[in-house]
Design a protein. Structure first.
Length: 335
C-alpha cells in the first residue's frame, strides 16, 4: 500500500501519522505533502524518516492507493483532480465535497458501507462535531427513529488547527504576565472566555458549522426527517469537543433502553455514574479513541426525549481516526 498524507505538518496530519502507526495500518510507502512552508520538513514513521514534498499539480500521486487529505477545503478543491487522476482514493477531512451527491460521507459505526461506492474516488470525512454526535445518535435511532436534535457544542481550540492551539497557550501566558493577549485566529479572546461563533454566519443566522451539523447528520443517517438545531461554541479547552444533546424520538425510548444501547454500541464508552462524579470531561479524554457518553436522563421539557452529554477527541475520532477507520472498512470489505 502506498499511502499519502496531504497537510502532514498540521494538527490532523500529525494525528494521521500517529494513528496509522498505532493501528498497524498496512503501509509500504508513505508520501507526505504540504505547502512550500513545510516542504522539506522531516517526520519519522516506523523508524524511517520521510520528507514533506510541496503539493503541486504534477504526477506525484501516480501509484498512491489512498491519500488522506487535511489541508483545508481550498486545497482539496484545487488538488482533487491531481490526487485522484491516477486512481488514488482521496479520504478528505475538509468540507470541500461533503455534501456532493456523488461523494459518500462516512462514519464507519453508522454508514460504513457507503464508503464502498465512491464514483469520484473521493470520500468525505464529516465535520468533527457531526462525527461524535452521529456515533451517539445511531443506537437511539435504531430503537426509534429520531425526529429532532438540539445540541450545544463546547469546542476545543485545536478544532481550528495547530496555530489556534498556539494562540490559546500564548493568551494564557500573556494573561499570567499581566499583558494584553493577541487575538488572531478567533473572533475574540478565547482565554477566560467562551465564543458562540464558529465559522461564518449564514442567511438564517446559524453559522456554517451549525448548518454542517444539520445537513451532514441527515446525509450520514440517511434520514431527511431528522432536524438538528445546533449552537456551536468555542471554549478555552485545548483538545476534545463536548456536546450537550437533546434527542426526540418517534416513540418513547426509556433511559434504561438507551443505557443498554450505548453500552453495546461500537465506538461508544458509557461513562455515567454522576453520584460518583463519573462523567466525560475533555481534560481526561483527549488523545483517546471513543465517543464518551454520560449524564443520560429523560428530557423534562419534551415527551419522547432524552438528554445526554458526549466528549470525544475531535482530532482523533473527529478527523484522523475516522479517516483511517474508513480506509480499514474498505480494505476489510475487499478482503
Ligand atoms: N483540527 C481539527 O480538529 C479538525 C477536525 C476535523 C477536520 N479538520 C479539517 O482538517 C483540515 C486540516 O485541519 P488542521 O486542524 O490540521 O489545520 P492546521 O493545523 O492549520 O494544518 C493545515 C495543514 O494544511 C497544509 N496546507 C495548507 N495550505 C496548503 C497548500 N496550499 N498545499 C498543501 N498543504 C497545505 C499545511 O501545511 P503547511 O505547514 O505547509 O502550511 C498544514 O499541514 C481542515 O480542512 C480542517 O477543517 C480539522
Amino acid at each position: 500500500m502506498h499511502i499519502a498524507i496531504v497537510g502532514a505538518s498540521g494538527a490532523v496530519g500529525q494525528e494521521l501519522l500517529r494513528t496509522l502507526q498505532q493501528r498497524d495500518f498496512p503501509v509500504d510507502t508513505l508520501s507526505l505533502f504540504g505547502s512550500s512552508r513545510s516542504a522539506g520538513s522531516q517526520y519519522s514513521f516506523r523508524g524511517n524518516t520521510v520528507t514533506v514534498k510541496e503539493l503541486r499539480d504534477n504526477d506525484d500521486f501516480r501509484g498512491v492507493d489512498i491519500a488522506f487529505t487535511s489541508a483545508g477545503a481550498g486545497t482539496s478543491r484545487a488538488f482533487a483532480e491531481t490526487i485522484t487522476r491516477h486512481g488514488a482514493l482521496m479520504i478528505d477531512n475538509s468540507s470541500a465535497f461533503r455534501m456532493d451527491a456523488d461523494v459518500p460521507l462516512v462514519v464507519p459505526e453508522v454508514n460504513g458501507d457507503d464508503a464502498l461506492d465512491a464514483p469520484r474516488r473521493i470520500i468525505g470525512n464529516p465535520n468533527c462535531t457531526t462525527i461524535q454526535m452521529v456515533v451517539a445518535l445511531k443506537p437511539i435511532h435504531d430503537i426509534s427513529p429520531i425526529r429532532r436534535v438540539h445540541v450545544a457544542t463546547y469546542q476545543a481550540a485545536s478544532g481550528a488547527g495547530q496555530a489556534a492551539m498556539d494562540e490559546l497557550w500564548a493568551q494564557y501566558g500573556a494573561l499570567s504576565r499581566g499583558e494584553q493577549p493577541k487575538v488572531e485566529k478567533f473572533s475574540a479572546q478565547l482565554a477566560g472566555n467562551v465564543i458562540p461563533h464558529i465559522d461564518v454566519f449564514t442567511d438564517n443566522d446559524y453559522t456554517k458549522e451549525e448548518m454542517k451539523m444539520f445537513h451532514e447528520t441527515r446525509k450520514i443517517m440517511h434520514s431527511d426527517n431528522i432536524r438538528v438545531s445546533a449552537t456551536c461554541v468555542r471554549v478555552p479547552v485545548m483538545r476534545a469537543h463536548s456536546e450537550a444533546i437533546w434527542v426526540e424520538t418517534e416513540s418513547p425510548v426509556s433511559v434504561q433502553q438507551a443505557r443498554e444501547a450505548f453500552a453495546a454500541a461500537p465506538g461508544i464508552v458509557l461513562m455515567d455514574d454522576p453520584a460518583a462524579r463519573v462523567y466525560p470531561m475533555p481534560l481526561d479524554l483527549a488523545h483517546h479513541d471513543p465517543v464518551y457518553v454520560g449524564r443520560l436522563r429523560a428530557d423534562l421539557a419534551c415527551d419522547n426525549a432524552l438528554t445526554f452529554w458526549t466528549v470525544s477527541d475531535q482530532i482523533r475520532k473527529g478527523a484522523a481516526l475516522n479517516a483511517v477507520q474508513i480506509a480499514e472498512h474498505i480494505l476489510q470489505a475487499k478482503g
